[in-house]
Design a protein around this ligand. Structure first.
Ligand code: NAD
Length: 296
């Protein structure tokens, strides 16, 4: 790695807090080396109130020949826009209301959200296209919103969102309103997760069922929001966003019931990283090797 860095090496980075646990530096630096791209990726622990200064510094660096910073950040788009009101947002970032990947090109900032892209691509890799499909999606937090928006952008025709009566429920109503305005051809409805009768009725004529809540993730592992496993018909595509553990009780139960496609969240994680890599470099990430080394 040290021998690889030269006076012309371009820089990408993660800013946010905490960042110490992030797998992104290892994944991207390996990919740069593997593909022969002259870039390096570092993680910077920046508190939210210092983000503006950090972005300004990166913007300045982007004008310096040979240094092309890109920012991967968990901060909300509102914060990003406050920093750079002129930032150009992708449709997904606009609808989701958050961006996780900002690319600086020629001194201009481009905000994207790659989470939903990773979800849709992971389904594609498993032979499933969301286009023309009806989806039932449980959850209304960050990951769920990204999945809902990207699925609508990629042609899902009907999305039924279920969330429990917590602080995230209003997100689902906002997502419904935003999709209705920008993509009226996609019919979005929101229901309380507590209404299990409605949940099972919606799953019955859905093509794809998604768990996009934290249920199934440690310490909620061993739990699933689907108690009646008879809803898992063989042709129902089942997907989880949770990747820790790699196979949740939800996915295990779907597989045991005979669902032909039942996937966990690790593929979404891989493919959202690949989408960011493409935005950063214009090149394809070596996903097979990255999967073997960092995700298996
Ligand atoms: P969040 O805090 O934004 O949202 C949490 C969601 O879980 C809300 O909808 C909330 O209502 C729901 N929830 C929490 N506890 C619940 C319970 N006991 N019963 C029912 N619903 C409950 O979280 P997030 O950032 O959206 O993350 C959700 C999951 O997605 C996490 O496991 C996270 O690791 C995973 N994730 C995966 C990827 C990926 O690439 N695979 C990307 C982002 C997030």
């Amino acid at each position: 790695m040290e021998r690889r860095i030269s006076g012309r090496t371009g820089m990408f980075c993660l800013i946010g807090t905490p960042v110490g646990h992030s797998g992104s530096p290892a994944m991207y630096n390996y990919s740069f080396q593997k593909t022969g791209l002259d870039y390096a990726y570092l993680a910077y622990d920046i508190p939210l109130e210092k983000t503006e200064e950090a972005v300004q510094a990166l913007e300045y660096l982007s004008r310096t020949e040979g240094i092309i910073p890109a920012i991967e950040s968990a901060h909300a788009v509102a914060a990003a826009l406050k920093i750079a009101p002129e930032m150009k947002l992708s449709d997904a970032a606009k609808l989701i209301g958050a961006c996780n990947t900002v690319v600086v090109k020629d001194g201009k900032l481009y905000g994207n959200n790659t989470d939903g892209m990773g979800f849709v691509r992971n389904l594609k890799e498993n032979g499933v296209d969301v286009k023309g499909k009806k989806m039932t999606i449980m959850g209304a937090g960050g990951a769920a919103t990204a999945v809902q928006v990207q699925s609508a952008l990629d042609g899902a025709v009907k999305i039924s969102i279920f969330n429990r009566a917590d602080e995230f429920y209003a997100n689902a109503e906002r997502t419904k309103a935003k999709i209705k305005e920008m993509l009226p051809e996609c019919d979005v409805n929101v229901y309380p997760l507590e209404d299990t009768e409605k949940l099972y009725a919606e799953i019955k004529d859905s093509d794809i069922l998604v768990n996009a809540t934290k249920v199934g993730m440690k310490p909620l592992d061993g739990q699933s929001l689907i108690e009646d496993t008879s809803v898992f018909r063989p042709d129902l595509v089942v997907a989880d966003v949770v990747y820790n553990p790699k196979e949740t009780k939800f996915v295990q139960a779907a597989k045991a019931a005979g669902c032909k496609v039942a996937v966990g969240g690790i593929g979404m994680l891989l493919w959202q990283g690949a989408a960011a890599f493409k935005l950063f470099t214009g090149e394809d990430m070596p996903t097979d090797e990255v999967y073997e080394l960092f995700f298996k």
